[in-house]
Design a binder for this molecule. Structure first.
Ligand code: NDP
Length: 384
């Protein structure tokens, strides 16, 4: 992402005064007083959540205690949810949109940022539409369903001089910051081997195989177009992320194998389980598993002079861990609140977001995911 200085951002929205629509997209916090970020003290970004499903509830909950942003708008295709959220969170009617009239948000000065919690296959469209409306974007992981879509999203946000973040909540979580430190600072020497697994058993194998109506909202994760893939997209991405940030390296090659399919009707379009191995420039390797047919939540790193591990490791926690020297013990935090404040405080200061939560980071994960699928489909070692 290009470096967005406060001046260039303000200029972007100040020139072309002939267009009322452009002027009206100046975010409410963008008061061009002088260059000191301290002048924005006390300002909050106004956030609209787009797609009011399960995770939107967690984001809304986080937004109840944030210091640098607040829940100000919603985008939903379900009328009953619009009514329920309006009442529950005191959202003004003028800040409520549906997927058809969403682009009108360009005229709404009271929304600065759109948080996208739609199915993966819709992230690209709504990121680009939000960027064109002059809104900053946080999109949930996985950023999109292909590397090419990620590139288009990054370009759209760069072109519009808005910032783009991916909802990588664990980059703000103290236990994960600690394993990142242990790995990258080589506290136990070079990490040589990682095991990571995240799986949720989401159906009953003792019951007959299901035939799934792919138009159903609840089953979008089984629909290739809406999900981009199975548990690798949804859960395995945490194993990829943790391996990368503990090592501070990018994998150079992957091998992968699809797992056993217990329910062929349900998993007609996406995998039920997948195992993969990532090889890193230092010689380290990570062996990872993800599934919706079994439960797993574990991270283990073996280094030259010791080891560290978490279990639970990659879900919502609370996380529990130890090193070869003792316990890893950090307070439980509200992950969504911490992530939102972390991102919004940087945007309020008009500084570029840290690279590890931007669209470029999302693109790296999607590039690795594409290589893992190719490896599983071909049986080859795929060089990244
Ligand atoms: P849900 O199915 O619970 O919610 C998705 C919402 O998107 C729906 O409720 C609906 O909201 C809207 N929607 C619009 N069109 C469709 C469609 N065709 N099919 C289904 N839903 C549609 O999903 P989640 O909240 O679990 O996941 C949403 C995103 O958040 C995903 O990208 C997922 O990977 C990510 N996620 C991230 C987590 C994290 O820890 N960072 C945890 C869980 C999910 P409406 O009725 O308002 O239109």
């Amino acid at each position: 992402m290009k470096n967005i200085s406060r001046r260039s951002f303000v200029n972007k929205f100040s020139i072309g005064v002939g267009s009322a629509a452009v002027i009206s997209t100046i975010p409410s916090f963008m008061v061009p007083l002088n260059e000191s970020p301290l002048l924005y003290y006390g300002k909050k970004l106004n956030v609209a959540i787009c797609g009011l499903g399960n995770y939107a509830e967690a984001i809304a909950n986080g937004l109840q205690s944030t210091q640098y942003c607040s829940l100000s708008g919603i985008v939903t295709g379900t009328l009953s949810k619009a009514q329920a959220w309006k009442t529950k969170y005191n959202i003004p009617e003028k800040n409520i949109y549906n997927y058809t009239n969403f682009d009108d948000i360009i005229n709404n000065k009271n929304i600065d940022l759109v948080y996208i919690t739609l199915p993966n296959g819709m992230h690209k469209e709504f990121t680009i539409r939000a960027a064109k409306a002059g809104k900053h974007v946080i999109t949930e992981k996985p950023m999109a369903t292909s590397p090419q879509d990620c590139r288009e999203m990054i370009k759209a946000c760069n072109d519009a001089s808005v910032q783009l973040a991916v909802g990588y909540r664990l980059h703000y979580e103290p236990t994960h910051l600690e394993i990142k430190r242990l790995g990258q600072d080589k506290v136990f020497g070079q990490v040589r081997y990682i095991e990571a697994a995240l799986g949720y058993k989401t159906y009953d194998m003792t019951k007959p195989a299901q035939s799934v109506d792919f138009s159903g909202h609840a089953e979008w994760r089984l629909n290739q177009k809406l999900s981009g893939g199975g548990p690798l997209m949804d859960l395995g991405i945490y194993c990829i992320q943790a391996s990368r940030y503990v090592l501070g390296e990018e994998p150079v090659a992957v091998t992968a194998q699809f797992g056993h399919v217990n329910d062929a009707k349900r998993f007609a379009q996406v995998e039920e389980s997948i195992s993969w191995q990532m090889h890193f420039p230092s010689g380290a390797m990570a062996s990872c598993n993800t599934s919706v047919g079994f439960n797993a939540d574990r991270f283990y790193a073996s280094a030259d002079e010791g080891s560290f591990e978490l279990s639970p490791a990659l879900s919502f926690g609370p996380f529990k861990g130890k090193t070869s020297n003792g316990e890893i013990n950090f307070p439980v935090i509200n992950q969504q609140q911490t992530q939102l404040d972390g991102i919004c405080s940087v945007i309020l200061e008009n500084k570029p977001l840290p690279k590890h939560i931007t669209g470029e980071e999302g693109l790296k994960d999607l590039t690795i995911i594409a290589a893992i699928y190719e490896a599983a489909q071909t049986g080859h070692n795929i060089i990244i």
